[in-house]
Structure formats: C-alpha cells, structure tokens
Design a protein around this ligand. Structure first.
Ligand code: COA
Length: 166
C-alpha cells in the first residue's frame, strides 16, 4: 500500500475527474466499446459517453457508496457501490484506477473500503463482474475472495428492415 493514500467519500466536484478516469481506464475493457468496434458509433453516442453515463448513474443512485482514492491530494481512482436492502446483496459496479497510479494496491484498498461500507449498510454479500478480456479484473477479484458463479455471453444485432421479414 502506498503512503499518502487516503480513501474518502465522493463529492459532486469529483465528477469531472471521475469521468476522465472512466474514459481512460475502460478503454479495452468495455462492452459498449466492443459493440462500437462491430457496428460503429450507435445513435451518435460513443462508448466513452455510455460508460461515463453508467458511472454517473451510480453516483446519482447511491452517492454515499461511492469512494475516491486520493494520492497527495489527487484523485487516483474510485469505486462505486449499490445496495439492495431487500436482497441484502450489495453490488460493486465500477472500479477504476488511473494508469499512473496502478500496481500499488489502490484497487485493493478501494475494494476493501467498499466491502466494509456495504457490510455497514447491512449487506451480507457483494457482487462484482468483469469481462473475460479483462485480465486485471479476472486476477484481482478471486484474490480478494470473490468466487465465480456464472459466465454470460453478450450478443448484439443491428435492427434493420430485414427484421420485419424474419
Ligand atoms: C483493475 C484495476 C482497477 C486495478 O487497479 P490497481 O490499483 O493497479 O490494482 P492493485 O495494485 O490493487 O492490484 C491488485 C491486483 O490486481 C491484479 N492486477 C492489477 N493489474 C493487473 C494487470 N495489469 N494484469 C493482471 N493483474 C492485474 C493483480 O491480481 C493484483 O494483485 P497483486 O498485487 O497481488 O499482483 C485497474 O487496472 C483498472 O482501472 N483497470 C481498468 C478498469 C477495470 O478493469 N476495472 C475493474 C473491472 S470493472
């Protein structure tokens, strides 16, 4: 773990920095980017805007469960969480660390913080997902005790006039 690292709750003024980290970090590990590679930009909304909007949704839905990692006053990464008091299963939808700060345990620290917060809010389990193409995620989560429960295949098909004849 690096010195000068602190983890604190998200503040609305973090939003632009979180957006920049998101767009840089999810390059190569985004379903919407995979779709864009196949179909081109869909509905004038590039994958970066789609991914940033998902993270913004997390920040709106459960802002007190979003945490940022600061190194010497700079936001180096973030984690988002969601809670479901009915199922008592928390969710960790997004985690990202700026490339300049990687390999120093920041993701581990963010995930530890997220899990403690979920537990504090009454969750008894936490879900997290990663893409098969994401070697970092697939290596990290089992190391922290997350057990694989399912694999899902995502498909896409453009809807042209031919679907009317199918
Ligand atoms: C995944 C990510 C958050 C890791 O951040 P990080 O701060 O560098 O991670 P840590 O230093 O805490 O590393 C913890 C573990 O992650 C794994 N890991 C991190 N980078 C890795 C890489 N490039 N390749 C393989 N494993 C990697 C390792 O298992 C590592 O454990 P180790 O320290 O025992 O080797 C970062 O690479 C990232 O932002 N990636 C893009 C977004 C993403 O994939 N988010 C997670 C899935 S939603």
């Amino acid at each position: 773990m690096i010195s000068m690292l602190s983890i604190r709750p998200f503040r609305p003024e973090d939003a632009p920095r979180i957006r920049d980290i998101t767009v840089a970090c999810f390059d190569g590990v985004s379903i919407d980017q995979n779709i864009e590679r196949l179909l081109g930009v869909v509905a004038d909304l590039p994958w970066q805007a789609r991914k940033a909007a998902q993270v913004e949704d997390d920040c709106r839905a459960h802002p007190e469960g979003v945490f940022v990692a600061e190194v010497a006053g700079e936001v180096a990464g973030y984690v988002t969480t969601r809670i479901n008091p009915h199922t008592r299963t928390g969710w960790i939808p997004h985690l990202a660390v700026d490339r300049r700060f990687r390999g120093r345990g920041i993701a581990r620290a963010l995930l530890a913080h997220a899990q403690r917060d979920l537990r504090k809010r009454g969750m008894i389990a936490a879900k997290i997902e990663t893409l098969e193409q994401n070697t970092a995620g697939a290596s990290l989560f089992p190391k922290l005790g997350f057990q694989e429960v399912a694999r899902q295949i995502h498909y896409i098909k453009p809807l042209g006039p031919d679907v009317d004849e199918e």
